[in-house]
Design a protein around this ligand. Structure first.
Ligand code: BYC
Length: 471
């Protein structure tokens, strides 16, 4: 295995031998105060003096990646950690399959690779900005701690990508790193790059849906990059994936707990709305909103960018090495429904151009698994309503289906009809107002807001009434 030892006490903790590359070290140390200033301005608002029970990565091995302790948010140690790699690792897919992995950016792919890394990097600070105010309305100390855990790790993921930019893209990489701190989620003049990261995430139902659906795009994008032939990117993404699992857990179990509480109230024969819980219909609309924006994050159904990335061995399929035998996928095709002359028809496209859709297939399968779990909870409470994923064509802003409107079952609709039914399918101002009215902070250890059930267990084997945040 080739990795530098962990330098835990350096100004920037790392396992990439920063001390051995003075120029890079200087560039990152110059960026560090700018990052900290962004973190103070745009990171979690107001809890800076409080001790939070956080997991910090102090190395990449089994014991070190999850070190738990009470830490104040400004004192969290943002480090640069790459998963060790076998020196003999080979390119898994694309036109260079079988060759040795590359350590430096091949000149002809410099622009595409920079674009991938910047796009990935941009999502990390964006999500922190979107979640900035949620601490004020956390339904429990357990949830408050989970929010901060997600936030610090997204911050660390930004570090991971900035390392790749500064180490491998010289001046351009340094400029891009500055820009990453200058864009702002939802800003009219300097928005974040991808649509979902400019949507407001203003209540905890949104937060759980975001970590369930939008973070899950992260899992699939990172997994596709974790097998990149460009080894430094692959190693960074592998380690990020380890941390990502907790974010998905927070989202999936968060919605499950809301569903559980609502179904309990329904079982008692009461109206969730008058009982201060969240009706399943509102949960469904929130699923429709975040699922559709998250589907957009996979890019167009038919994409020459995706074909180019694959050919260049930069970005593969999900579990490319384990799931597939043919890693060149030349001479194959896939059929994709597209709209032509006002009708949906199937179009055959070369498989390499359909790779965004193939990654989206894996994502949708994973989301369906979570939906089945939530529906089981509803069923266990004896209720007949069910939650579902809308069609991939519903409410899209990118790709083939962004030019038409569709209902949640995927049927083409004229735009005026979609607009007249929008409030049935997507959260209205009134829905958001109602959910917001429930968002009152609960700060007593072991207590949970009325609209959400308690989780099954605490963090790191600790009891639910542990003081996860010392307020
Ligand atoms: N919004 O060929 P196309 C995460 C642009 S989440 C706005 O269809 P391509 C996380 C696209 O940039 C994971 N614009 O798509 C989650 C292109 O623009 P240009 C983030 C969009 O390039 C929660 C044009 O449309 N990682 O980690 O094949 C919390 C046509 O593009 C959108 C990555 O995204 C959109 N949704 O694929 C924290 C991985 N979609 O070039 C973190 C890196 C597309 O014409 N990114 N466009 O100006 C990529 O691999 C690809 O860029 C994309 C798009 C998958 C995003």
């Amino acid at each position: 295995m080739s990795t530098a030892p962990v330098d835990r006490f350096a100004r920037i903790p790392n396992n990439v031998d920063l001390a051995g590359d003075k120029k890079l070290q200087r560039a990152l140390e110059e960026w560090q105060p700018k990052f900290m200033s962004w973190w103070r301005d745009m990171g979690p608002s107001d809890f800076y003096t409080k001790d939070v029970y956080l997991r910090t990565a102090v190395s990449v091995d089994k014991d070190g990646w999850a070190h738990f302790d009470h830490v104040k948010l400004p004192d969290y140690r943002f480090g640069i950690f790459l998963t060790p790699f076998d020196d003999k690792e080979r390119v898994q897919f694309g036109d260079r399959a079988g060759e040795a992995c590359f350590q430096e950016v091949p000149g002809e792919f410099r622009n595409s690779l920079r674009r991938i890394v910047v796009t990935q990097a941009d999502t990390e600070p964006a999500s922190v900005e979107q979640q900035r105010l949620l601490g004020h309305t956390a339904p429990s100390l357990y949830d408050l701690r989970n929010l901060f855990q997600v936030n610090v790790e997204e911050g660390r993921h930004l570090w991971a990508m900035v390392y790749v930019l500064m180490r491998h893209f010289g001046r351009d990489g340094r400029d891009e790193s500055e820009e990453l701190l200058n864009r702002r989620s939802g800003d009219a003049d300097k928005p974040r790059i991808l649509g979902a990261f400019n949507q407001p995430c203003s209540n905890w139902l949104d937060f759980f849906a975001f970590t369930m659906f939008t973070d899950r795009d992260g899992k699939y994008q990172l997994a596709a990059l974790a097998e990149s032939g460009f080894e430094p990117l692959a190693r960074s993404c592998r380690f990020m994936l380890t941390e990502e699992a907790h974010h998905l857990f927070v989202g999936e179990t968060g919605i499950e707990r809301i569903v559980r509480r609502t179904a309990e109230i329904m079982k008692e024969g009461k109206d969730p709305r008058t009982e201060g819980t969240i009706p399943l219909k509102m949960i469904q609309k929130t699923i429709n909103f975040w699922f559709s924006y998250s589907l957009d994050l996979f890019g167009g159904e038919i994409s020459s960018n995706a074909a180019d990335y694959f050919a260049a061995s930069l970005k593969g399929r999900y579990k490319e090495a384990d799931q597939y035998e043919d890693h060149t996928i030349l001479g194959q095709s896939r059929s994709i429904p597209v709209v032509e002359n006002g009708r949906l028809i199937e179009k055959e496209v070369p498989l390499r151009n359909a790779l965004n859709e193939i990654l989206r297939d894996e994502y949708v399968k994973d989301c369906e698994r979570a939906l089945a779990r939530w529906n089981k909870t509803i069923e266990e409470k004896g209720q007949s309503e069910r939650l579902f994923l809308p069609s991939r064509r519903f409410h899209r802003h990118q790709g083939e289906y962004s030019r038409q409107t569709f209902d949640p079952q995927g049927q083409l609709l004229i735009e005026s009809e979609f607009e007249s039914r929008r409030s049935e399918w997507l959260p209205t101002a009134e829905d958001r107002g109602y959910v917001q009215s429930l968002m009152k902070p609960v700060h007593e250890p072991g207590k949970f807001a009325n609209w959400i059930a308690a989780p099954v267990r605490g963090i790191n084997g600790l009891p639910l009434d542990f003081e996860y945040v010392r307020l």
